[in-house]
Design a protein around this ligand. Structure first.
Ligand SMILES: [Mn+2]
Length: 316
C-alpha cells in the first residue's frame, strides 16, 4: 500500500522493525512477559500496515526465548534482583534495537517490564547521535543500585543508561550513553526520595502530572520537544502506567491521577508530527493483572492505539 505518511527525517522509508521483549525479570509479578504476544494478537502489526508501514519481525518464530538466558547462578549486588539475567536480556535487546536502527528502520519494542529500557535506549543511542528520550511514566525509573528500595531493576533503567550510581558488575557491557539534558519525563506522580534528589542534582526536565494539569498537554509537549532541541532523533518510551488506571488497568504498578486517554495519545501524535521518532517502547502491559477480562482487553487496545498514534494515525 502506498504510504501517505510524511517522510521521517532520521529513518529510510517507512519500515518498522519489531523487537519483541517477553520479559518480566526486572520486577516480581508474572504476566508482563505476555505483553508482546497480546499486543500482536490484538492486530498491532496489521494495524500499522494499514497505516502504510512495512512491518518486520512478527513472523511465527519471532518471539524470542529469554528463559534460555537465565543464568544458573545469579550475581549478587546488594538487594538487586536478577542482575545477571536482566543484563543478558537487555544486552540482547540492545543488539536488536541497534541493528534495526542501523538499517534505517523505526525500532518498536514491545515489553515486557521497563528494565528493557536499558537495552532500547542504549541500542538506539548507539546509532543515533544526540538522541533525545521522552520517558512517559508514573515513575522516574531512575533509582541506582544504592537508592533502590525494592531491588527491582525495572525501577532503574534510566540511571543505568546515564551511568550514575555505583557500577554493577553484571552490566559491564552497558556504557553511559545518555546525558541528563537529553531526557524529558512526562506523567510522573510516584517518585522515590532518592530519585527526586537525582532528578534535581542532574537538572533533568520533568513534567509531572502537576505540570500536565497546570499547562495542559499541548503546552507540555511544546516545551518537551523544545527542551530536546528542534533537530534531534527521538526515542519514546511509553510505560502504560503513565495512563490513569481507569484507562490502562492491567499493569504492574498502577498509580491514580494519571494521564487521560487523550493526553496519552496526544503525546504520541505530537512526537510523530516532528518526523523524528526513531525508536519506541510500549511497556508494562500485563495481561494477568486488572480486575477482569474487560480491563485486560482495554489495556491491550490502548497499547495498540498509542503505537498507532506515534506512527501516524490521526483523528481526521
Ligand atoms: Mn516505567
Amino acid at each position: 500500500m502506498a504510504a501517505s505518511l510524511p517522510p521521517q527525517k532520521y529513518t529510510r522509508g517507512h519500515t518498522v522493525g519489531l523487537v519483541l521483549a517477553p520479559f518480566s525479570g526486572g520486577q516480581p509479578r508474572g504476566g508482563v512477559e505476555h505483553g508482546p504476544n497480546q499486543l500482536l494478537e490484538n492486530g498491532l502489526a496489521k494495524q500499522l500496515r494499514a497505516l502504510g508501514w512495512t512491518v518486520e519481525g512478527d513472523g511465527p518464530d519471532a518471539m524470542p526465548d529469554f528463559e534460555s538466558l537465565r543464568p544458573a547462578k545469579e550475581l549478587v549486588h546488594g538487594i538487586l534482583k536478577n542482575p545477571l539475567f536482566v543484563s543478558r536480556v537487555t544486552q540482547k535487546i540492545h543488539e536488536l534495537v541497534k541493528k534495526t536502527c542501523a538499517e534505517g528502520k523505526v525500532a518498536l519494542t514491545l515489553g515486557g517490564d521497563h528494565s528493557i529500557g536499558m537495552g532500547t535506549v542504549s541500542g538506539s543511542a548507539a546509532v543515533h547521535d544526540n538522541l533525545g528520550v521522552i520517558w512517559v511514566d508514573a515513575h522516574a525509573d531512575i533509582n541506582t543500585a544504592d537508592t533502590t528500595e525494592s531491588g527491582n531493576l525495572h525501577g532503574c533503567p534510566m540511571s543505568f543508561v546515564m551511568g550514575i550510581g555505583p557500577k554493577v558488575e553484571a552490566f559491564s557491557w552497558l556504557k553511559p550513553c545518555l546525558r541528563p539534558s537529553r531526557i524529558v519525563y512526562i506523567g510522573l506522580r510516584d517518585v522515590d526520595q532518592g530519585e527526586k534528589r537525582i532528578l534535581r542534582e542532574n537538572g533533568i526536565k520533568a513534567f509531572s502530572m502537576h505540570e500536565v494539569d497546570k499547562y495542559g498537554i499541548g503546552r507540555v509537549m511544546e516545551l518537551a520537544i523544545a527542551h530536546l532541541g528542534a533537530d534531534c532523533p527521538i526515542h519514546l518510551s511509553f510505560d502504560v502506567d503513565a495512563l490513569d488506571p481507569s484507562v490502562a488497568p492491567a499493569t504492574g504498578t498502577p498509580v491514580r491521577g494519571g494521564l487521560s486517554f487523550r493526553e496519552g495519545h496526544y503525546i504520541c501524535e505530537s512526537i510523530f508530527e516532528t518526523g523524528r521518532l526513531v525508536s519506541m517502547d510500549i511497556m508494562e502491559v500485563n495481561p494477568q493483572l486488572g480486575a477482569d477480562h474487560a480491563s485486560l482487553v482495554q489495556t491491550i487496545q490502548v497499547g495498540c492505539s498509542l503505537v498507532r498514534s506515534a506512527l501516524g494515525e490521526t483523528l481526521l
